[in-house]
Design a protein around this ligand. Structure first.
Ligand code: RB5
Length: 140
């Protein structure tokens, strides 16, 4: 599975830890590359465009709250970005929404939980159930 990852300064440290943690995946880091203040839409746009184009299977976006990243990513056709702060939602959004971008807030959840959410989200398949497929079709 190919993963595109991005963060702003608020999510930079978590991005680095997630990259270190995901040893079994092919990951491309779209930045930011330091703690310097920067603009989250820039990174949301890059990752969302790559996932929407099919160049990457999934995306992960981290900012302070995860909210700015999710608002931006969901502007792109074909993107279903899910802001998750708990493991139940991480599993459910894969099974029900077939979400293709995971957003998290580094100022909202601690790192071990962020890693756990990431693992669950990456390893949970879409349910493929008719009712969920219908609802996803309605989004588009
Ligand atoms: C940056 O200070 C902060 O606004 C950003 O990381 C994010 O939380 C926006 O939604």
């Amino acid at each position: 599975m190919k993963i595109a990852i991005g963060a702003d300064h608020g999510g930079y440290e978590y991005k680095q830890e997630i990259i270190k943690h995901l040893t079994n995946f092919e990951i491309k880091d779209f930045g930011t590359f330091s703690n310097d203040s920067c603009d989250y839409p820039e990174f949301a746009k890059q990752v969302a465009k790559e996932v929407a184009a099919g160049n990457y299977d999934r995306g992960i976006l981290i900012c302070g709250t995860g909210i700015g990243m999710s608002i931006c990513a969901n502007k792109f056709k074909g993107i279903r970005a899910a802001l998750c702060s708990d493991t139940f939602s991480a599993k459910a959004t894969r099974e029900h929404n077939d979400s293709n971008i995971l957003c998290m807030g580094a100022r909202v959840i601690d790192l071990p939980l962020a890693l756990e959410i990431t693992d669950i989200w990456l390893n949970t398949p879409f349910s493929d159930e008719e009712r969920h497929k219908r609802r996803i079709g309605m989004i588009e």
